[in-house]
Design a protein around this ligand. Structure first.
Ligand code: HEM
Length: 437
């Protein structure tokens, strides 16, 4: 028995160096042989273990040490990207299909006229939601209601709350290690629960709209159903669904997280000089920085946007390195925002840093170039309106001011930022008397 254990142990230990170098032998050696005449080089760094890559190391830094920047900074390289995510959606298509969809989304969300209409729409909802939150402990879920209404005319209520949970489950599963067999969270989210239910809901909505045949045409899904290309072809049902899905995923969590961080950061900095009291009118008056705070909220949320992005390069140059076809690159935008070369004391909440424009290329909250965020004006508008209404009418405090940070599946406080809101009552002399609804 002891001999058998010894043999297995020896085999295991003996295979460790092979495992350690396997990816290098498998991927790098053939590349080097092919490129031996051109002298092209690959980016430096270890290739990780077979199948797992650097996942264990990644989890160690993100889950256990909770120092994600240390993992990333050690891998710092600079360069440009092209990206591909998913099959039919705006985030994955190119050329004419990309311009057609992008110009539709931009016209729907990023131009002054629709933005004005959206501002009116969402403000009513925001004010009503804030009022209903007063003197309760809340997470900020409002953004999902706005997105649901603008994109598919879903009304707030239990149905939308259920969808919110399904989307959260889906995003969770997509970010889990992609082991797609029964028992894994990836499989559960994609095959068992969230995706199937969400597809059924959106498909039902699409069918309903088709039957109504354009009676009510004022949301994003209606618009997508009407787009035509030069040959007068409409988008297929699958294309409409893919795009609605991607836009909800791209637009919802990013905006919610940014608003959450903006509120939490502003609250923390004001509470530093206080001993657990509620924020006062004086504190509120210090919040002359809505837009600058917005910048910080957006800066912080960016971390997550990019962890899920998968970039496949079609034989392109990356500085002086060659990136072989089908290799993936993740651009860690958070690195730009937390790099002291770009922002002085980057981790400090300092809205005044926006008094000066950032160094060119240093602030990439919405990405840049051809694939820049298609909903950036919608996001900015929603966040600015939300922070404005919040700071002129409400006071708030973190329910658990000492809650710890977690970084997976996205950077947030352990309690997902529970906040107690209460209304500031106005008097003739100003915002100085407090009470509760
Ligand atoms: C605070 C909120 C948001 C942040 C921080 C954010 C950030 C980003 C970033 C960094 C990218 C990648 C850009 C690149 O590859 O260069 C992106 C792409 C994208 N975003 Fe946003 N976004 C936000 C809100 C929204 C909203 C509300 C929508 C929906 C209308 C949206 C739709 C998209 C789409 C469709 C893409 C893919 C564009 C493409 O690949 O062509 N985003 N976003």
């Amino acid at each position: 028995m002891e001999i058998i254990i010894g043999v297995w142990l020896a085999l295991f230990l003996g295979s460790l160096p092979l495992l350690w170098w396997w990816n290098r032998l498998w991927y790098v050696t053939p590349f080097k042989v092919r490129q031996s005449t051109t002298g092209s080089t690959l980016p430096p760094g270890h290739m990780g273990l077979p199948f797992f890559g650097e996942m264990l190391n990644f989890l160690w830094y993100f889950k256990i040490l909770r120092c994600p920047d240390d993992f990333i900074n050690a891998k710092r390289r600079n360069g440009q990207i092209l990206d591909i995510v998913g099959p039919n959606s705006l985030v994955s298509v190119h050329g004419k299909s990309d311009s057609r969809l992008r110009s539709f989304v931009s016209n729907s969300f990023n131009r002054p006229d629709p933005l004005q209409r959206i501002a009116l729409h969402v403000q009513l909802r925001m004010v009503a939601a804030l009022q209903s939150w007063a003197q309760k402990v809340m997470h900020i879920l409002l953004m999902f209601e706005n997105i649901g209404k603008l994109f598919v005319s879903f009304e707030p209520g239990p149905h939308l709350n259920n969808m919110d949970k399904l989307f959260a489950g889906l995003v969770h599963g997509v970010r889990a290690y992609p082991l797609n067999f029964p028992g894994t969270s990836h499989h559960h989210a994609l095959q068992v629960v969230s995706l199937k239910k969400l597809v059924a809901i959106f498909l039902g909505e699409l069918e309903k709209k088709k039957k109504e045949n354009g009676v009510e045409m004022n949301d994003l899904m209606d618009g997508l159903m009407q787009i035509r290309d030069e040959e007068d072809n409409k988008l297929s049902d699958q294309e409409v669904l893919d795009n609605i899905f991607s836009l909800v995923i791209a637009g919802y969590e990013s905006t919610s997280l940014a608003s959450m961080w903006a509120v939490a950061e502003e609250d923390m900095v004001v509470s530093k000089n206080k001993s657990g009291d509620f924020i006062t009118s004086e504190d509120v008056s210090k919040m002359k920085y809505t837009n600058k705070t917005l910048g910080i909220g957006i800066m912080l949320v960016n971390h997550d946007q990019n962890i899920e992005s998968r970039f496949r390069l079609a034989q392109s140059m990356f500085i002086c390195y060659k990136i072989p076809k089908d290799w993936k690159i993740i651009v860690w935008l958070r690195y730009l925002h937390t790099n002291p070369e770009n922002f002085e004391d980057p981790m400090c909440f300092n809205p005044d840093r926006w008094n000066e424009p950032p160094r060119p290329g240093a602030f990439q909250a919405f990405g840049s170039g051809l694939r820049t965020c298609a909903g950036n004006m919608l996001a900015r508008t929603q966040l600015a309106l939300f922070l404005h209404h919040l700071s002129i009418g409400y006071k708030w405090e973190l329910f658990n001011p000492n809650a710890e940070m977690v970084y997976l599946p996205h950077p947030t406080l352990v309690d997902e930022v529970e906040i107690i809101f209460s209304k500031i009552y106005k008097t003739l002399v100003g915002y100085c008397v407090y009470g509760f609804d």
